[in-house]
Design a protein around this ligand. Structure first.
Ligand code: SG4
Ligand code: ZN
Length: 259
């Protein structure tokens, strides 16, 4: 691969395998979720999210997406129960989105794409750090939330208001006092064993995909598409279509917390 990985024709998802052979591995993400094919598990406990808004640190454009980062040196923002065991700490959240409204999500539901997908990334505190957890089979838990077009989302507005300061790759700014729980829809979820959806594609993620989407207005949506893959001084290239398409299920079971 001549260039660093990205989402363009010359360095996009179908090229990643040359530098990251695990791209063809047994538990890659995302997947197409067939709700009818998921097995209802009556023993699944409801997911417990507890987030402390004061852990919110900064917002950053990393050239692939933007992310909001949290202090993760204590158990004050955690994910428990649901399909996971133990305590997972919130590290960051980020989004994937399309150039237009008919695509953008990574997971699909019976082939249907959503225009956006939010990922809340957590790591298992049985390991000493995010970095160590990221390569372990039970190291990470990512909660995925679909976004659909509808009413303006007041919680999201605070995030969008920071975009002027992080338009180009590498830009970051303080971002404080945000509770990502306000972005969470109802509690029906689907889960399966998968991977990071970007290189290094590590097969370490317990995926928890929420069934209900949250809404975003057309005006809010447009703001995302103004962020740049490129750094200051480079020819500007907007961040759009920063998603990986669904990967083969390879016999994995998807479980549902609902019938
Ligand atoms: C996005 O590119 C995030 O900005 C990355 O965050 C994240 O990597 C990557 O997606 C993969 O995460 O939930 N989609 S995903 O599987 O969390 C990691 C950073 O680069 C390691 C920190
Ligand atoms: Zn993601």
């Amino acid at each position: 691969m001549a260039h660093a990985w990205g989402y363009a024709a010359n360095n996009g998802p179908d090229k990643w395998v040359s530098n990251f052979p695990v791209a063809d591995g047994p538990r890659q993400s995302p997947i197409d979720i067939l709700p009818g094919g998921a097995s209802y598990d009556s023993g699944l406990k409801p997911l417990r999210l507890k987030y402390d808004p004061s852990n919110c640190l900064e917002i950053l454009n990393n050239g692939h997406s933007f992310q909001v980062t949290f202090a993760d040196d204590s158990d004050s923002s955690t994910l428990k129960e649901g399909p996971i065991s133990g305590v997972y700490r919130l590290k960051q959240f980020h989004f994937h989105w399309g150039a237009c409204d008919d695509k953008g999500s990574e997971h699909t539901v019976a082939g249907t794409k959503f225009p956006f997908e939010l990922h809340l990334v957590h790591w298992n505190t049985k390991y000493p750090s995010f970095g160590e957890a990221a390569s372990k089979p039970d190291g990470l838990a990512v909660v995925g939330v679909f976004l659909k077009i509808g009413d303006a989302n007041p919680s999201l507005q605070k995030v969008l208001d920071a975009f002027n300061n992080i338009r180009a790759k590498g830009k970051q700014t303080f971002f404080a006092d945000f509770d990502p729980k306000t972005l969470r829809p109802g509690c029906l979820d689907l889960d399966y064993d998968g991977s990071l959806t970007t290189p290094p594609l590590l097969e370490s993620v317990s995926w928890i995909v929420l069934k209900e989407p949250i809404s975003v207005s057309p005006t809010q949506m447009t703001r995302f598409r103004g962020l740049l893959f490129t750094g200051e001084g480079e020819a500007p290239c907007c961040i759009v279509d920063n998603y990986r398409p669904p990967q083969p299920l390879k016999g994995r079971q998807v479980r549902a917390s609902f019938k």
